[in-house]
Design a protein around this ligand. Structure first.
Ligand SMILES: [Zn+2]
Length: 212
């Protein structure tokens, strides 16, 4: 899973790649944009690259970090998801209590908080303490489709990156170049994901691609 495998948001991927190349990585990011446009995928690819031990490799890296990442057992990588519609303070405490512990195999630790707008106010305030004084090796990536419920104090600590919709041309080019089955609607829907397909605008957009 590398940036090159992900469709759309080219400018953002370029920007994040540059951050890594120049070793100019912020300690906290907020990825915002509607659901199903690749925020989590890009966050994961970014995390993998941040943690990679052989930064010069463009793709298919075989280093220990990338191996662990793809195996789903990287000790310096953590993802928090909603648990029963909200992200509770206990879930945030679990990560913030260990955030100061040094990374095990990589030079940094990466935390993704998916659907971060679902954090309770208590959870957000708990996270805020870490965002205010993070250990230098920690990178937090907060992901949200609805930034309105995120405290301003959290937002002000993060580098906000706004994701745009995937253009028709990007979808078509990706399907043709990488998959070679732009005419196979079922496979294509499976590729872009049911969630993405379900939203009407995406459905219309995809239909338009195959109709054109
Ligand atoms: Zn690697």
């Amino acid at each position: 899973m590398d940036f090159g495998d992900i469709i759309g948001n080219e400018e953002i991927k370029r920007y994040l790649s540059n951050c890594i190349q120049k070793n100019n990585i912020s300690q906290s990011y907020l990825f915002v944009g509607t659901e199903g446009i690749g925020k989590l995928l890009i966050a994961k690819a970014f995390a993998k690259k941040i943690l990679c031990l052989e930064q010069e490799k463009k793709s298919n890296c075989q280093c220990k970090s990338c191996g662990c990442f793809l195996g789903g057992n990287h000790p310096d990588y953590f993802v928090v998801n909603e648990n029963g519609e909200t992200i509770k303070i206990e879930q945030i405490r679990e990560i913030t209590s260990k955030v100061i512990e040094a990374p095990i195999i990589s030079n940094r630790k990466v935390y993704i908080i998916n659907d971060c707008d679902k954090m309770t106010v208590e959870a957000q305030n708990c996270l805020l303490k870490t965002l205010e004084e993070p250990p230098e090796f920690a990178v937090m990536i907060l992901i949200s489709a609805n930034e309105n419920t995120i405290l301003n104090t959290i937002k002000s600590r993060c580098m906000t990156i706004k994701f745009g919709p995937i253009s028709k041309e990007e979808l078509r080019k990706y399907a043709m170049d990488k998959l070679g089955y732009a005419r196979n609607v079922r496979k294509f829907i499976r590729f872009i994901g049911w969630k993405h397909w379900k939203s009407n605008s995406s459905k219309r957009k995809t239909r338009a691609i195959f109709a054109s």
